[in-house]
Design a protein around this ligand. Structure first.
Ligand SMILES: Cc1cc2nc3c(=O)[nH]c(=O)nc-3n(C[C@H](O)[C@H](O)[C@H](O)COP(=O)(O)OP(=O)(O)OC[C@H]3O[C@@H](n4cnc5c(N)ncnc54)[C@H](O)[C@@H]3O)c2cc1C
Length: 385
């Protein structure tokens, strides 16, 4: 895919790879143990040009193609899922402001987000609402000059540090998806509080927590997406997010394969390298085939988005296949390394937990099947259940 990139885009991928080697790989295991990213890592990422890569040129971004952004996500995730995903969420929040926000919102919020001094978050999921986003209950009641927001958001990536939250709210419970809008809620607004950081199977450094709004007053100037357009905007953005998750899975799988090959070429058993056993070679050959297929599906999805098409089915295929391939493949690489693959410093444990988490975020594997089934059935006059 790199052959299709402009020279400036190849340079951006190289910068991301250097950042991954210098600033992520040596620290990722310690950050996971500490259950937090150091705040300055976003500012270092900004210095390396990573926070503004997908933003339009008018706001100071590099406007790289989705194909380039996917490659950048892949090389970052090969070193550290938590940072790669946290950066994706941050950059997507900034991108939404750049493309949908008012001039006032762009001027006030974007410079510090691009510098990595204010971190973005995306708040759609709620304690009682996951896959069916039309059912959100976080309520925004209109008042003079703005809105009063009450309700809870769950699974907020960057939630522990974010101070520009793109929050989907229901303005009229009777209206269903037509009542959904999006408000920018800033970290210091009265009535906002955060829950304890989540304890999970992994991915802690991405700073997930619940966020609560209790009579939180939000000025009208912080309306990002008007009533009626919120749900469609969330679904449009989620296609790109799914493509990024697929790219992230490619990164974790390629790192795992490389580690298994390096280890297996040196590790001796019964007088020869363990990789001399054909059974093991074929297991890793299957991993390599799955990686190749994941990359091709991810590229195809990215190319479709670059062509200005919604890419709904393409992104669903890529996300479904790449997450499943990562889960199977990382486990196979771990098996090939024997007990050594379980060690903290080897990264496979972090990758494996993250691959499982990727099966949920931005729509579960089953929801990708709903999307794909819908495309299959539509020409036959049927809808997916
Ligand atoms: C690491 C991580 C980070 C996340 N970050 C964010 C974030 O920053 N912001 C945010 O808003 N959300 C975030 N999420 C939440 C994520 O988007 C949800 O987990 C996801 O939408 C699924 O919702 P749920 O987990 O509540 O599952 P549920 O919707 O409760 O589903 C439970 C199970 O039922 C299945 N199911 C549901 N409906 C159907 C159906 N129609 N057909 C077949 N099966 C079905 C699902 O596939 C799943 O297996 C994150 C999640 C994770 C794991």
């Amino acid at each position: 895919m790199d052959n299709e990139l402009r020279q400036s885009e190849k340079d951006a991928v190289a910068r991301a790879a250097a950042f991954a080697d210098d600033r992520l790989r040596p620290h990722a295991a310690a950050w996971e143990r500490a259950r937090a990213l150091p705040p300055e890592v976003f500012e270092s990422a900004a210095d390396a040009g990573l926070t503004a890569a997908i933003l339009p040129v008018e706001v100071g971004g590099d406007a790289v193609s989705m194909q380039c952004a996917a490659r950048m996500a892949e090389v970052l995730a090969a070193a550290d899922f938590a940072f790669a995903f946290a950066l994706k969420v941050h950059a997507n929040a900034a991108n939404a402001i750049a493309r949908r926000g008012t001039d006032e919102q762009r001027h006030r919020l974007l410079p510090e987000m691009i510098d990595g001094r204010r971190i973005g978050a995306f708040c759609l999921t709620e304690p009682g609402v996951g896959s069916d986003a039309t059912a959100i209950t976080c309520r925004a009641a209109p008042e003079t000059g703005g809105w009063t927001v009450s309700g809870d958001k769950a699974w907020v990536t960057n939630g522990v540090i974010a101070d520009v939250m793109s929050v989907y709210v229901q303005t009229d419970p009777e209206a269903g998806w037509r009542g959904i809008a999006n408000l920018l809620i800033e970290g210091d607004f009265t009535g906002l509080s955060r829950g304890e950081p989540y304890s999970m199977i992994g991915g802690h450094a991405a700073g997930l927590c619940d966020v609560h709004f209790d009579g939180c007053r939000v000025p009208e100037t912080n309306l990002l997406i008007p009533v009626g357009e919120g749900f469609k905007a969330a679904m449009a953005g989620i296609n790109m997010a799914r493509m990024f998750v697929a790219a992230i899975c490619c990164g974790m799988l390629s790192d795992s394969l490389e580690r298994a090959l390096t280890y297996g070429a040196e590790r001796m058993a019964f007088g020869r390298p363990i990789l001399a056993n054909q059974g093991l070679q074929w297991e890793l050959a299957d991993v390599a085939t799955d990686l190749e297929a994941s990359r091709r599906l991810t590229e195809h999805a990215a190319r479709t988005l670059d062509a200005g098409e919604p890419g709904i089915t393409e992104c669903a295929h890529a996300k479904k296949f790449a997450t499943g391939a990562a889960l199977r493949g990382i486990a196979a690489c771990m098996q090939a390394m024997g007990a050594a693959g379980l060690r903290d410093g080897e990264a496979l444990g972090r990758h494996l937990a993250a691959a499982k988490m990727c099966e949920f975020l931005d729509g579960t594997t089953q929801i990708q099947n709903v999307v794909i089934s819908r495309a299959l059935l539509r020409p036959h006059g049927l809808d997916a259940s």
